[in-house]
Design a protein around this ligand. Sequence first.
Ligand SMILES: [Zn+2]
Length: 114
Amino acid sequence: MVRKNKDNTITFPCIICDVDIVSSLPLDEKSNNTNDVLDKLMWNDGGVDKFSLNYGSIHDSNVYAIGICDKCLKKLKKDKKILFLYNYMGYYNDDEKNILDEEFTGLENADTKR
Ligand SMILES: [Zn+2]
């Protein structure tokens, strides 16, 4: 459950394991608008972000917020259920570089997979 804590931090559950992901800084404002709040927070050991689906989904154009902890994201990457695309800050560590080199550039057609 998403909640605002007494110290003005926000807690959001991991979508996979349900662990609490807590914002690293308290809100410095009184806003209770979730959309505004999510744009301004940093998180510990995971993150919360927005996503939407494109035309073709019954959820087309809806914007959702999900939380995922670092451990679950790492496992999803290892299991190849999520794809690392790029780092928007322009850098990546060696682990991400390997993923970039091996997975992102290594997309295969299903019929050619061995
Ligand atoms: Zn998790």
